[in-house]
Every structure is written in C-alpha cells, then in structure tokens.
Write a protein that binds this ligand. Structure first.
Ligand SMILES: Cc1cc2nc3c(=O)[nH]c(=O)nc-3n(C[C@H](O)[C@H](O)[C@H](O)COP(=O)(O)OP(=O)(O)OC[C@H]3O[C@@H](n4cnc5c(N)ncnc54)[C@H](O)[C@@H]3O)c2cc1C
Length: 404
C-alpha cells in the first residue's frame, strides 16, 4: 500500500507514524511544501510547545472546541489527552502539567517534541519530501493522483492520501478541496486579543485580575477567567477564549464592538451593593482608594473609582446611594469600545476549513472521495488556548492513520 500525506506539520507526522504502526509494510511519504517540517510545533507555546491539556474528562475537553465539539467528543474516546501524554512519555519525552492544566515537555523546549516526531518517522522509514507542494488531486480509478505545484515534478499515484495541510487563512486556499466535491467553511482568525485605542484603561498596562466575567452586549457570548491589561487593550485567557467563541461574530463586526467587563465576577447588583454597604459600616472615615472591598489591584481600583465619577478624596461614609450605585454599576457593567485585534504570539489558529459534514467522523475519510482522509487544522475544528489545538491534530491524525 502506497500512502501519501500532504503537509509535514503536527497532524502530518502523527498520521504518518500512526499508519506505519498499523501497517508496517505500507510505504508512507510526506509531501511538505517548505523545507521546514513541524515549523509550527517548533514556535508553539512561545517555543515551549503546549502539547496537550491535563484535563482528562472527555465531556469537559469537548467544551474547549467552539467548532468541532461533537466530532471531538466522539474522537477523543479513541485518542485523548491521556493517550497523548502516554504517547510522548513512552517515546522518551517527559511532560509536566502546569497549574492551569497546560502540558509542556519537562525540557521547556519544543525541540523535544519536534525531535521525537522526526526520530519516530525516521525509525519507521517514513520519507519526507521537501519543496513538494501539492496543487491538486485527481481520482484515477481506485487511486488518487497528486499534482505538484512545481512543474518539474511529475504527478504520482497513491492508494490512500491524508490531507494534513493545516489552516488556510484565505478561502482560495480551500478551492482545490472544493473541486473534489468537499464543502468548506470560510476561514477567519481565532485566538486574538482586543485593541482599544480610545480607552484610557490601557494606561494600566500589566495589571491582571482573576477571575473576571466578560460579555458582548446583544449576544450570548460570555467567558470567565484571568484578564490582563496591555498597552494596546485587553488580553489574557478570558479574552482569548471569548475571541475563539466569537470568532465569526467579531469578523462580521469587522472587529469593532462593545465589550462589558464585570470586574468582581458577581452578576447580582444587590450583592455588590451589600458588600459596598458593609465596607461603609467598618470604614466610614477612610478614603475610597484606601479600602478595596473586592481585592482589586490598587491602580485598577483607583481607575474604577474615577470612572464612577467619584473623587479619590471622598470618604466611604460620604458615598451615598447615588455614589454606591454608580460604583456598583462600573464594577459589574463596565463598557469598553473594541476597535481591532492583535494576534496572540503564543498561539493562533484559523477557524473554518473542510466542513465536517463532508467527512466520516469515525474514520476521518472523505464522504465524497474514497481513500482520501483529513487530519488537523484543515478541518473546521479549532480549540481555545491550552493545548487543545495540538490535541485536535493528534486525535484526528491518529484516527486517520487507521485508514478505515
Ligand atoms: C505561533 C503559534 C503557536 C501555537 N502554539 C500552540 C500551542 O502551544 N498549543 C496548541 O495546542 N496549539 C498551538 N498552536 C496551534 C497549532 O500549531 C496548530 O493547531 C497545529 O500546528 C495544526 O497542525 P496541522 O498539522 O494541522 O497544521 P500545520 O502545523 O499548519 O502544518 C501544515 C503543514 O502543511 C504544509 N502544507 C500546506 N499546504 C501544503 C500543500 N499544498 N502541499 C504540501 N504541504 C503543504 C505546511 O507548510 C505545513 O508544514 C499554535 C499556532 C501558532 C501559529
């Protein structure tokens, strides 16, 4: 059996290895358009490679996929985060799980993951041909014929082909797959931070709060988690998660929208008022900035007092009902204008790609082109940050590699 893999990234290498473990006699060739295999793995996680997530509950893991949740829930039963950790550790890459559940190699160096995959491929006799971009595929009786972008490379026939060419930032990049009969979903970016050029809060750069609730008025989008104020706007896991779940909505709004921040993780306005009242009781002669009832960072607390149109020289006892309501409103419903986005340098992905309706979720085989399989980010599957995107690549590649 001759098998071709299109793309020498995480999903490409993992599916190639999976095939050779299932079919030791198969000939497996990876076609990679660049000279740099596993380039994204190398730069991933800020050079440390967040290889998977420490959570092992399949229903919890599936919730991390704004697109592809149902397929991942099914596929993770076959190969999940626990399997990924066992896979790398049993091949000589010790891993550790951070407090936030992100899993990295103990070496803190993505080269450990890259070298492991390259060594496994070499040991199994998998060949990777560089500068070999595939332009299109045609069906020739029971085989698939690959056509190269380079004119000097003649077409080659294979019994089975796995497409693992990664996310396509442009719709044109999916045309060759549409020509074979696949439905595609328009690609848009996911995992970005919010630019707020007209908001003075950016002066508080470096301030972090955990947890906060952020939401988008007029939508059901809402996330909770750690927030970081940057010199261009807002970032941190809570924003990246919101950007993933709202990727399409934000794209439709051309990245101009209103954002609500609840700084105290409390949606009940009355309870916030109760806490402010309790503070007055104990500290009526103290100045507002000197007592921080919700434990918010000092600089942020001062900023929010001023945003509530209250003086920093006011005493708690002078707040009155009006002042208390204003402060409670800003603490729970603080509105900002977002204008633009910034890519998150540690991790970003494209949502969209091959529509999951076009593939058999049990095998990753195309429903419209026999013997053609898909794995990785080319599929309309993407996760939030935390190792979920690599996990989707390992899971889909492992299943595709069974060649069922
Ligand atoms: C900066 C950055 C950091 C990241 N960090 C993390 C992280 O820490 N944890 C995590 O879970 N996720 C991370 N991600 C996301 C993760 O890297 C991707 O989800 C994952 O690499 C997808 O794997 P893939 O094999 O499907 O695609 P890719 O890694 O994109 O590989 C596709 C390969 O196919 C090749 N190719 C494309 N078209 C063709 C063609 N026509 N012919 C031949 N070859 C082709 C490409 O050159 C590429 O080598 C990060 C992403 C970025 C950009």
């Amino acid at each position: 059996m001759d098998v071709a893999i299109i793309g020498g990234g995480a999903a490409g290498y993992f599916s190639a290895i999976s095939i050779k473990e299932n079919f030791p006699d198969a000939t497996v060739v990876i076609f990679e358009k660049t000279r740099h295999p596993l380039a994204k793995v190398r730069i991933s996680g800020g050079g440390r490679c967040n290889v998977t997530n420490g959570n092992t509950s399949i229903s919890e893991l599936a919730k991390a996929y704004p697109r592809g949740k149902a397929l991942m829930k099914q596929a993770l039963r076959v190969f999940n985060t626990k399997h990924t950790m066992e896979w790398f550790e049993s091949r000589g890459v010790p891993l550790f799980t951070q407090d936030d559940m992100r899993v990295f190699p103990v070496s803190q160096d993505s080269s450990s993951i890259v070298d492991c995959l390259l060594d496994q491929a070499e040991d199994l006799g998998i060949v990777c041909e560089f500068w070999s971009g595939i332009e299109r595929i045609s069906k020739i009786s029971n085989q698939l014929e690959l056509h190269f972008t380079r004119q000097d490379l003649p077409p080659r026939n294979f019994d089975k082909v796995i497409i693992a060419s990664g996310g396509s930032p442009r719709p044109e990049g999916l045309k060759w797959l549409e020509k074979l009969g696949h439905e595609t979903v328009e690609p848009v970016p996911s995992l970005f931070t919010f630019n707020m050029p007209n908001e003075s809060i950016v002066e508080l750069t470096g301030v972090a709060v955990n947890p906060v609730l952020v939401s988008i008025p007029g939508t059901t989008l809402k996330t909770r988690g750690p927030l970081l104020i940057t010199h261009w706007g807002l970032s941190g896991p809570v924003i990246l998660k919101l950007s993933a779940f709202g990727a399409r909505i934000f794209n439709e709004k051309d990245y101009n929208f209103e954002l609500l921040v609840n700084w105290v993780d409390q949606t009940n306005h009355e309870l916030v008022l109760d806490q402010l009242n309790a503070t007055i009781t104990g500290h009526s002669r103290k100045l507002l900035p000197n007592i921080r009832p919700f434990g918010l960072p000092d600089r942020l607390w001062r900023y929010l007092i001023q945003k509530s149109e209250l003086s920093l020289t006011k005493q708690w006892g002078e707040l009155g009902n009006r002042g208390m309501n204003k402060l409670a409103s800003v603490l729970t419903n603080d509105m900002y204008s977002v204008s633009g986005k910034t890519g998150f340098k540690d991790e970003f992905v494209t949502c969209g790609g091959v529509n999951l309706e076009s593939i058999d979720a049990k095998t990753m085989q195309s429903k419209v082109c026999k013997n053609l399989y898909f794995a990785g980010e080319i599929l309309d599957i993407d996760g939030i940050t935390g190792g979920y995107n690599f996990q989707a690549a390992w899971t889909t590649a492992y299943i595709a590699g069974k060649l069922n």
